[in-house]
Design a protein around this ligand. Structure first.
Ligand SMILES: Nc1ncnc2c1ncn2[C@@H]1O[C@H](COP(=O)(O)OP(=O)(O)OP(=O)(O)O)[C@@H](O)[C@H]1O
Ligand SMILES: C[C@@](O)(CCOP(=O)(O)OP(=O)(O)O)CC(=O)O
Length: 330
C-alpha cells in the first residue's frame, strides 16, 4: 500500500487539560485552549504492508520501547477498524522536539500519526474527525490538528469532544520563549499525573469549575489581541494546575528550583513594566508568553541569573499537513 507522511506541530495550552472523565475515549474534565507552535514538530511516515508480521515502529531511527509500541499499535487498531483492514504498519517517526519532557511531544506525535495513518489506510477524514482520532492517542493531540489558537471542547462523548480553531492565522505579535530547564523524560507522565491530581487533590472540583470559567475571558483576550489579559489568565491557570499536584496526597512536583527562579524572574520583569507571563506543563520547562520586541531584554535577564540555560523562541505555527511519499510537499 502507499506510504503517507504527516507533519504536526506541538501546541502549548494556555488553558490546561488536566484530568479525564473517560480514560478510554479521553474525554477531559475541562475545555482547553492552546497555541500551536512553529518551531517544534513531529514528522511521521506510515505504510501498511501485508508482508509485516507485526507493527514496526521507530522513533528517531530507534525501535520504540515495548510499552510505547503497544500504545501506538492500539492507536493503529482504531484506524484499522475504521478502514476495515487488518494489515500491520511500518511507522517511522522523527521528533523535532525533546520527547516526553513536558514540551508536548505526545501532542505532535499522535496528531502526525492520525494524519499519516488514516491517509495510508485509505481514509479521507475531515479535520474534525482527525481531531477526534488524535484525541484517542493523547488528549492534547486533538488540538495539534489545527494551527494558531485552538479550543478543544471537553464535550460529553466521542462526537462532541473535539477541537476547532479559534484563530488559525495569528497576525499579531505573540511568542513563547521556551526555557529548557531539562530535556530529559520526566518521572511522572502527564497521564499518570493528571489521574493522580484528579483522585487525590481536595480542590480538584474547584480547578474544573475555575478553569471552565476562564474559557470565555480567554476567547475574548485572543479576539482582542490582548496579550496582557491572555498572559494573566494563562499564568493563573498553569499555577492552579500545578497547585493541584502540590496538594495531592501524596504530593508531586514537576517544577524544580530552576523553574521557580524563572517564574520569579518573569514576575520581576512584569513589575518593571514588561508584558511577560509564564506557563508550565507536566515538566520543569517554563514557557514565557511575551511580545517579540522584548526577546533581547528577557533573554539577557535570564542569562544573568542562569548563564547555562537554553532558550528557544517559538511563534504561532500551522496545522497538520499530510502528503503522499514521492509527491511534492506543499
Ligand atoms: N513521535 C512519536 N511517536 C510515537 N510516540 C511518541 C512520539 N513522541 C512521543 N511519543 C510518546 O509520547 C510519550 C510522551 O508523552 P507525555 O504526554 O508523557 O509527555 P510529553 O511529550 O512531554 O507531552 P506532554 O507535554 O503532552 O505531557 C513518549 O513516552 C512516547 O511514548
Ligand atoms: C499539562 C498538559 O500538557 C497535559 C497534556 O496531557 P496529554 O495530552 O499528554 O495527556 P494524555 O491525554 O493522557 O496523553 C496540558 C495540556 O496540554 O492541555
Amino acid at each position: 500500500m502507499v506510504a503517507f507522511t504527516a507533519r504536526a506541530h506541538t501546541n502549548i495550552a494556555l488553558l490546561k487539560y488536566w484530568g479525564k472523565v473517560d480514560q478510554q475515549l479521553i474525554i477531559p474534565t475541562t475545555t482547553s485552549i492552546s497555541l500551536t507552535l512553529d518551531e517544534f514538530y513531529t514528522e511521521t511516515t506510515v505504510e501498511f504492508d501485508p508482508a509485516l508480521p507485526n507493527d514496526q515502529i521507530t522513533l528517531d531511527q530507534q525501535p520504540l520501547k515495548e510499552k510505547d509500541r503497544h500504545k501506538i499499535s492500539i492507536f493503529l487498531n482504531l484506524i484499522r477498524t475504521q478502514a476495515q483492514i487488518n494489515t500491520f504498519a511500518r511507522v517511522q517517526s522523527v521528533n523535532h522536539v525533546p520527547t516526553a519532557a513536558g514540551l508536548a511531544s505526545s501532542a505532535s506525535a499522535f496528531a502526525a500519526l492520525a494524519g499519516a495513518g488514516s491517509a495510508a489506510a485509505g481514509l479521507n477524514l475531515s479535520q474534525a474527525d482527525l481531531s477526534r482520532l488524535a484525541r484517542q492517542g493523547s488528549g492534547s493531540a486533538s488540538r495539534s490538528i489545527f494551527g494558531g489558537f485552538v479550543q478543544w471542547d471537553r464535550g460529553t462523548d466521542h462526537q462532541t469532544s473535539v477541537a476547532h480553531p479559534l484563530q488559525e492565522n495569528v497576525d499579531w505579535p505573540i511568542q513563547l520563549l521556551t526555557v529548557i530547564v531539562s530535556d530529559q523524560p520526566k518521572k511522572i507522565n502527564s497521564r499518570g499525573g493528571m489521574q493522580n491530581a484528579m483522585q487525590n487533590s481536595p480542590f480538584y472540583q474547584n480547578w474544573v469549575e475555575r478553569s471552565n470559567g476562564l474559557v470565555k475571558p480567554m476567547q475574548t483576550a485572543i479576539n482582542q489581541h490582548d496579550l496582557a489579559t491572555l498572559g494573566t489568565i494563562a499564568e493563573q491557570n498553569a499555577l492552579e494546575m500545578h497547585a493541584q499536584n502540590m496538594v495531592a496526597n501524596p504530593p508531586f512536583f514537576y517544577l524544580t528550583d530552576i523553574s521557580w527562579q524563572i517564574i520569579n524572574l518573569v514576575q520581576d520583569l512584569r513589575q518593571s513594566g514588561l508584558q511577560v507571563y509564564a506557563t508550565m506543563d507536566a515538566g520543569p520547562n517554563v514557557k514565557i508568553i511575551s511580545h517579540p520586541d522584548d526577546t533581547p531584554t528577557i533573554k539577557s535577564a535570564l542569562f544573568k541569573i542562569l548563564p547555562e540555560i537554553s532558550i528557544q523562541v517559538a511563534t504561532p505555527g500551522p496545522g497538520l499537513t499530510v502528503w503522499q511519499n514521492g509527491a511534492a510537499h506543499a
